[in-house]
Design a protein around this ligand. Structure first.
Ligand code: MG
Length: 389
């Protein structure tokens, strides 16, 4: 029986992880669940999976949760609570929280020597070198859950890194693929949140709409697979059937295909190196009319180049990129800035911040803090002239 700690249990990845566990209760049990603030859903999950520990991130909700609990479990709160449950001895921590907040619990799990299924890409973007050093030092592997990275991981089984020429990360293109600049000026938060092929949380849906998600994934892939920036290509594949491809030095490609269902990469991370039977995940090849692959339009979607710029710079630059993006996405979701301002605010913050080559935790956290202050100042000045009428 594998003990699993699930951080971010009420989000989309959390929901899908519990569905995989529900289908394999003979192999997996839940040690801890952590959620930000959705008490109703968290209570239902506690009743069903009976974890001995629970963390509710918002401390103000502790008493509400306690008063409605019908099972015996210890409640922790805040970032300290997240770090504590992440450091408990378990077989795997699934890190599915959203954003930079996942960095400390990720490090706590690695320091405890626990393998981590990584659905939360921001810590790897911010502090990739530091995180990978921790993973190696504590012999605690990182298993990708991001569908593209799971695909690459699956394609690489049995091969050496010297066999790889480059990898191709597929991107659906998001809901505004082929939209004109004029159309993109009018995009509302709800339009940006409705993704054509994947059902995901708010932040990642907006990141997919700007293509920043793919930019963050480039940096994530550099660290997870030890690749150079120039070895990572992005290709637009609107059908979301081919989840990514590896191109080998002899010219061969190996791709991983499957339905656009996060239960597949989650199950592979949980059961690696074997596989789990999953219900309702069959795909009929004859249903696929066409699979297409296009070059991304980097003019319409400048976020991809911004991420490459930060990755090339290295050091604290990716932490600055990530912090500015998190702030800008939150402001867009609050209708404080227009859609096109997201990339603009990230670009200005990246240009005006002084990045350093340091990659230790203090340097990364300081860069994160300063970039957020700068991004907020840009958001404030942008929002004062918005909405335009
Ligand atoms: Mg992805």
């Amino acid at each position: 029986m594998k003990k699993i700690t699930l951080l971010g249990s009420t989000g989309s990845i959390g929901h899908n992880t519990l569905e995989v566990i529900r289908q394999h209760r003979d192999q997996y049990c839940v040690q801890a669940l952590a959620a930000r603030g959705n008490v109703d859903l968290l209570l239902r999950q506690i009743e069903e999976f009976q974890p001995p520990y629970v963390c509710i991130f918002d401390p103000a909700l502790r008493d509400t949760l306690q008063s409605r609990l019908t099972t015996d479990c210890e409640i922790l709160t805040g970032l300290e609570g997240l770090v504590e449950v992440a450091s408990h001895p378990v077989d795997m921590v699934v890190n599915a929280v959203v954003g930079a907040v996942g960095l400390h619990p990720l490090l706590a799990a690695l320091e405890a020597g626990t393998p981590v299924a990584v659905a939360n890409k921001e810590p790897l973007v911010m502090a990739g070198r530091y995180v990978m050093e921790k993973s190696i030092a504590h012999d605690a592997p990182l298993l990708p859950v991001d569908s593209e990275h799971s695909a690459i991981f699956q394609c690489l089984q049995g091969f050496e890194s010297r066999d790889v020429r480059q990898i191709h990360l597929t991107a659906s293109g998001g809901p505004f693929y082929r939209c004109s600049l004029e159309e993109m000026r009018q995009i509302s938060p709800s339009q940006a949140m409705s993704h054509p092929t994947w059902d995901m949380g708010t932040k990642i849906s907006v990141d997919s709409a700007t293509l920043m998600n793919k930019g963050l994934e480039i940096i994530e892939a550099m660290w997870l697979f030890g690749l150079e920036l120039d070895q990572i290509r992005v290709v637009i594949h609107p059908q979301s059937i081919v989840h990514s491809l590896v191109e080998f030095i002899d010219g061969s490609f190996i791709a991983q295909l499957g339905p656009a269902d996060m239960k597949l990469p989650i199950a592979y991370a949980l059961s690696y190196p074997s596989r789990l039977v999953l219900s309702n995940t069959r795909m009929d090849l004859t249903d696929m009319a066409t699979l297409t692959f296009d070059k991304p339009d980097c003019k319409a979607f400048p976020s991809l180049d911004l991420a490459r710029q930060a990755a090339r710079c290295g050091g604290t630059a990716p932490a600055i990129l990530n912090a500015a993006n998190e702030e800008a996405v939150a402001a867009f979701c609050a209708s404080a800035i227009p859609f096109l301002a997201i990339a603009d605010i990230v670009a200005r913050t990246l240009d005006e911040s002084e990045s350093s080559s340091a990659y230790d935790l203090e340097a990364v956290l300081a860069a994160d803090r300063e970039a957020r202050l700068l991004a907020r100042a840009h958001i404030k000045s942008t929002s004062e002239s918005y909405p335009p009428c």
